[in-house]
Write a protein that binds this ligand. Structure first.
Ligand SMILES: [Zn+2]
Length: 315
């Protein structure tokens, strides 16, 4: 009975923290991005990813760091207290949330695997994209994409390869390698597993920043930037593909996002990439250390407060 109560209360708290943080992120991420626009694309993408993961991370941290220990340490085990309706209902909703997240992630993975297997029929291995395996595929779309997160592969259609010159192709492949290095497909899988209504805008913002970050990683001078811009224009004629959620291509968006990327590459500046502000400036380090220290000092008191809350919830 004690274990079931502990589980019920922990799940109920997980759900509450998850919902509160999700609502805060959905309503406030645009303001954070406005401030983050001064950052480089790479750091903006990291910031948006942290924001997107925040509800899940906070729920895990608070549940495992505070709720479970406070229950185990402070809850008397002898009292045969029945579990109330509120924690029971919230706990059941939390189990449904986990099941829905797992289902979303598995379905996206299966759909992607099926679609990619179709693209790879009759494909041939090629070189020039080390350290990631490159395959030349028969369908014209996707023109150029990276699939998978455990064993990523870059797929290049024969039609796209025929359109690009050597420099354009090399720039485009470096863009795909940057997606692999930043594990962007794994991040997309994580988004699928912790869904919440209203997160689509933040995910689109992250996707846009991730594309620009991969562009920045692919070019190191104005000439390479023009090559990549030219590859983007040439490959934008291929229709975007559906059904493969966990792939990330060279051209993810054919609208304003693509125009913004091309404009950025055409006016590429080395200084802009090199001298952008740090996501966590050095002067925040003492503040961060002070937070950790005060957390250690007040931990005992916080456990007792959390236990009061769980008591209130159980009744
Ligand atoms: Zn891309």
């Amino acid at each position: 009975m004690f274990a079931i109560r502990c589980l019920g209360v922990s799940l109920a708290f997980f759900l509450l923290v998850y919902v509160v943080f999700s609502v805060a992120v959905v309503s406030g991420w645009r303001q954070v991005r406005r401030v983050g626009n001064r950052l480089s694309a790479r750091r903006l993408a990291t910031l948006l990813f942290i924001l997107r993961s925040l509800p899940c991370a906070a729920a895990v941290l608070i549940t495992l760091g505070f709720v479970v220990p406070s229950f185990l340490l402070l809850e008397p085990r002898v009292v045969a207290e029945p579990i109330g309706e509120i924690p029971l209902t919230l706990g059941a909703c939390c189990v449904a949330l986990f099941a829905g997240g797992a289902w979303n992630a598995i379905a996206a993975q299966m759909r992607t695997s099926r679609t990619v297997a179709g693209w790879l029929q009759g494909a041939s291995a090629a070189s020039g994209c080390d350290p990631v395996p490159l395959f030349r595929i028969r369908p014209s779309s996707p023109a150029l994409t990276v699939s998978g997160w455990r064993q990523p592969r870059v797929l290049l259609s024969n039609a796209a390869a025929a359109l690009l010159n050597q420099q354009e192709l090399e720039s485009a492949l470096r863009h795909e390698i940057a997606h692999v290095r930043r594990r962007d497909n794994l991040k997309k899988l994580m988004f699928r597993s912790c869904g919440f209504p209203g997160m689509a805008g933040l995910e689109a913002g992250w996707s846009e920043a991730a594309e620009m970050a991969a562009d920045d990683a692919a070019v190191s001078n104005g000439g390479e930037a023009l090559d990549l811009a030219s590859a983007l224009i040439k490959l934008s004629r291929f229709a975007s593909v559906h059904g493969a959620t966990l792939t990330i291509g060279l051209v993810e968006d054919s609208g304003s996002g693509l125009n913004a990327r091309i404009a950025r590459l055409v006016s590429w500046e080395e200084r802009r990439v090199a001298s952008s502000r740090s996501l966590f400036p050095w002067y925040l380090a003492p503040t961060f250390a002070a937070c950790i220290l005060s957390m250690v000092v007040i931990y005992g008191g916080a456990l007792s407060r959390v236990h009061d809350l769980t008591e209130w919830l159980v009744r």
